[in-house]
Design a protein around this ligand. Sequence first.
Ligand code: F3S
Length: 445
Amino acid sequence: MLTETGTTPPEPASARPYRPGGTVRLTDVERDMAEGGQGEAVAAAMDLLIRYGDILGAERLVETDNVCGANIFGPRHSRSYGNADPVALFSEFSLDSPTPLDVPPMRANSCQLIGPYDPVHADLQGLDGATLEEITQSERYLASLGVSLLNTCTPYQVGNVPTRGEHCAWMESSAVPYINSLLGARTNTEGRESTAAAMVTGRIPYAGLHLTENRYATHLVRIDTPVVSTFDWSVFGYFLGRHLRHEIPVIADVAGSVDPVSLKQFGAAANSSGDVEMYHIPGVTAEAVSVEHALHGRPPVEELRFTRRDYEDVIEHLNSTATGDDIQFVMIGCPHSSLSQLLEVTGLLDGRRISDSVHLWVYTPSALREVARRNGWIDIIERAGGKVWADTCPAIGQFVPPGTKRFATDSAKQVHYLPAIMGVEGRFGTTEACVRTALTGRWAA
Ligand code: F3S
């Protein structure tokens, strides 16, 4: 049986749901919050969480002290509002209040996920002064409330590493499977509004993957072809997502250990082609010591096999938008690159020069970019003609180099989304193939 090691939600004082027809019961403290005892912003946030929890069928809320999300000027809102006041924007779009609210300091430890721009390369993005000012104002406002501006889709790479059993409220499709599976933390895939309400109240509905009984595997996956490299894990993840929806797989036949970077790419791929928010790998992930243990002693609903044919099908599918081999843009760093991935790119570029017809842009958290700078890696990448970006990515910033018709990437997630978002064609291959492509301007898989 899986062990719940995190906070156990306190028993609600009320025996009845707070709202007629709803399901969520509240503690005395939460009732006070909902009824305005702690201010209008807290009441608005509680109203939002109760409505959300009632829809989910949650019987209560659970305390959380780890929330990631809530850009004001961010992922789904990366177009200018026209210099609107961040207080009004946060109130309306994050807390569903038509009037500006006096939001107190965030109750939960909170961080901002990836956003629309990189301050170092804002000129390349062509953002005008008014838009930059708008983004800056929104970040200042969130920071004044205690939100850490991590600005990455991989907060776990830069200091926010939740513990096993910890109840979190995180957005971001690649981060959610990582913390649920590898770390054994507990989160559903939250949204802008629920994370904002969680920041303000320190609560989130106790439903879905917060409950032990919903974390057991339902599907057994067997591997019939080698899955060893980070690229293999990306391909395998994309396969899994195409075959599963909200189900939880346990993966058998994994030989040896798996490095965290491979699992970062694996979860991102699986939660792009599908909705794989959690998986088990016995001996690797946090909550499974064996296949039987992950399945909680029950037979699997279905057994899947990952074969060589499946592997090749995924690669063919992820290259299917490309009508040629000329490449104008090479993108590496989705999800944001680890130090080891930055080092790999640095080694592949050292002493070489990319084609004048190609832009090679590598994305990483800003804290890791600073480490790479001090390590001398940025110099090497820039001498070769590449650039290292932070805080954003092409899909979220909705920006590719001018003149890009076709791009290459080592990320199944980026090649899944970017053609639809930016109207470009995509090529998908290993990191090495992508860097070799950058040297010539021709796809080199
Ligand atoms: Fe991160 Fe952007 Fe990829 S948010 S996971 S780099 S699409």
